[in-house]
Design a protein around this ligand. Sequence first.
Ligand code: KG4
Ligand code: ZN
Length: 333
Amino acid sequence: MLVLGLETSCDDTAAAVLQDGKKLLSNVINNQSNIHSKYGGIVPELAGRSHIDHVDKIIRQALQLAEVELKDIDLLAVTIGPGLIGSLLVGVNTAKGISYGLGTPLVGVNHLEGHLLAIFLQKQITFPFISLVVSGGHTDLYRVNNFGQYQLLGRTRDDAAGESFDKVAKMLGHKYPGGPIIEKLATEGDATAHKFPRAYLEKASLDFSFSGLKTSVKTYINKHINDHSANDIAAAFQEAVVEVLTRKTIMACEKEKLSRVVVTGGVAANGALRKAVSAACADSGFESWFPDPVFCTDNAAMIACAGYHKYKNFPDSKADLLNMDATASLLLD
Ligand code: KG4
Ligand code: ZN
């Protein structure tokens, strides 16, 4: 079965062709960071317009690289939310148009389900497992019982972890997206130079909070305007985020009595987080997996993969084209 995945929920216009849920024939992304970086964050109106400009070309490229034609596609999978409404609508309406024109079945995919199932592009994980989805918009812990069965255990109460990376990078004078920049700065920094706060919240809570940490970094920079080391701040900040994410993931395993962990989403591309979670899991006798970094950040291969499993397990999930729509705040569980 050939699936064409389409992802336009935020600032990446992406298309991918996936064969039988596993064999990735193409994975094309047009990233808009050159448009948004000067504003220090994503400008929704510009994101939507750029998707319109690129979506056709990206789909054509994905088909060409996969050496297939649109009429060969057996299933279309498109992100229907959560995300920026103007961006989502471009993907959803493009997919609907193809589906109307060619009669190809279409499934709508929750962006978070795409991140959760990205690991299945590389490895079939035995259910149930704990998944930490950590991106620019979300920091969620799920118990994943099966395809389509996701139980939210905890989530951020304020900023997402990726958002805090982006904001701290901005404070240090860097452009969006900040995560990779902070990671690079941190490699030359001393994490023990400062101790930034870790918010563990109430005892046994699996929720997160990163806004206090962000404020603390801001206060420190303002106080040491001329004598701070960006490398040390990046290292100390990254360590604080990684420590909380790791500890709460282990707590989720203990609470749910599960020993398998998958970490996914843009921040899961971070080497320090991958190392810390792997080590903590190994210490506790748990197994851990991380999609390759290219499948952690937004991509259409994960949407094709989630769409494939959704259609295979729930054939009734085929979209009713007249009623299908994009939803900016779509929930998963
Ligand atoms: O999953 P994603 O591509 O988009 C959303 O669904 O939000 O995640 C983007 C987020 C951004 O906040 C970006 O700064 C962060 O992931 N990110 C990283 C790294 N690479 C991307 N954060 C920390 N370290 C990285 N290497
Ligand atoms: Zn994402």
